[in-house]
Ligand binder design. Structure first.
Ligand code: SF4
Length: 330
């Protein structure tokens, strides 16, 4: 069963100025006068074998961005280039070959796994849909996938409800790698799991990345989780990336006030460090009616008059290796 494709020359994935604005239909005529600007002009790239961690609070647009990249949504604007091919406007049957190479792992495997199918059927399905192999080779692949994710071969006859949360996530991961994809979008893959199980799943994802040279877009609200899995981190706030850089620099010396708040919210055992926490007040504003200027200004302890009227661009800064969208940096 051969589903290999040659290694691309440039970045595996390049996203440029991507936007996803959902129409808000209101009134008797259900006219769309307003839009939910879930993703608003986002750019980033992911190299082969690399993990980009995408972090931010619930409602900041991370999952929508992941779904746009997987082409589960048709973006409103911008471009997605994957393996050198423009995939932004692919529709219908033309999306099918792409499904081999970009897969998703979801937060709640119970919702994403078909409860009426046994695990064998669930793992076989992507091979059948993509017409990969024959009956015998698919059976072999199902056994191989279960072995790769650390489940016994007899799991194939059982149903999702018979497994624990961690085991179900292993099944979700097995399904995601069934077609030997290049890019896996992990959307909060451990946030529904007990802390003790989280590290097992993260270790499994790391092992799979090493063995199969996978690239990950790793989406999480928890910066501590992202730090342990990601080569680079992008911090998202209200549809935009506000800081990006290598994981170590962002974690050690964050520059954007929002990133600082997220990092200071990570629990630490040292009570003196706890006292220096920068508390993030309030909720993420609605992306239907975002604040003017810098969207973070209503919650930012450093906001000035300029912040209320001028949107800061994401730019390289002199004093750090990160790119930051804040008027006060440098
Ligand atoms: Fe805060 Fe202003 Fe920087 Fe926005 S631009 S993060 S409001 S200081």
């Amino acid at each position: 069963m051969n589903v290999e494709t040659p290694e691309p020359a440039g970045p595996l994935l390049e996203v440029a100025d991507l936007s996803m604005h959902f129409p808000v239909r209101e009134g008797v005529l259900r006219r769309a006068r307003r839009f939910n600007r879930a993703v608003d002009g986002v750019s980033f790239a992911i190299a082969s074998g690399e993990t980009l961690g995408l972090v931010g609070e619930s409602g900041c647009g991370k999952s929508t961005l992941g779904r746009c990249v997987a082409r589960l949504h048709a973006p409103t604007d911008g471009s997605i280039n994957f393996q050198g091919e423009e995939i932004t406007r692919l529709r219908g049957g033309r999306l099918r070959p792409l499904r081999r190479h970009i897969q998703m792992v979801f937060q709640d495997p119970m919702e994403s796994l078909n409860a009426r199918h046994n695990v064998g059927d669930i793992l076989r399905e992507p091979l059948v849909v993509q017409r990969v192999g024959d009956r015998a080779s698919r059976e072999l692949r199902v056994r191989e996938l279960l072995d790769i994710v650390g489940l016994p071969a007899r799991s194939a006859q059982r149903y999702p409800f018979e497994f624990s949360g961690g085991q179900r996530q292993r099944i979700g991961i097995a399904r995601a790698i069934a077609l030997k994809p290049r890019l896996v979008i992990c959307d909060e893959p451990v946030s529904a799991l007990d802390v003790s199980i989280q590290s097992q799943i993260l270790n499994l994802l790391n092992d799979l990345q090493r063995e199969f040279r996978l690239s990950y877009l790793f989406i999480a609200h928890d910066l501590a989780v992202v730090k342990h899995t990601s080569d680079r981190i992008a911090v998202m706030y209200l549809g935009k990336i506000v800081e990006t850089g290598d994981g170590e620099s962002i974690y050690r010396a964050p520059r954007h006030p929002y990133t600082k708040s997220l990092i200071s919210a990570i629990p630490v055992p040292d009570p003196h460090q706890r006292a220096r926490r920068e508390v993030l007040w309030g909720d993420v504003p609605s992306p239907i009616d975002p604040p003017s200027g810098c969207a973070f200004h209503p919650r930012c302890p450093m906001a000035t008059a300029r912040c209320r009227v001028e949107t800061p661009a994401l730019r390289a800064v002199r004093s750090a290796p990160q790119r930051v969208a804040c008027h006060l940096v440098d």
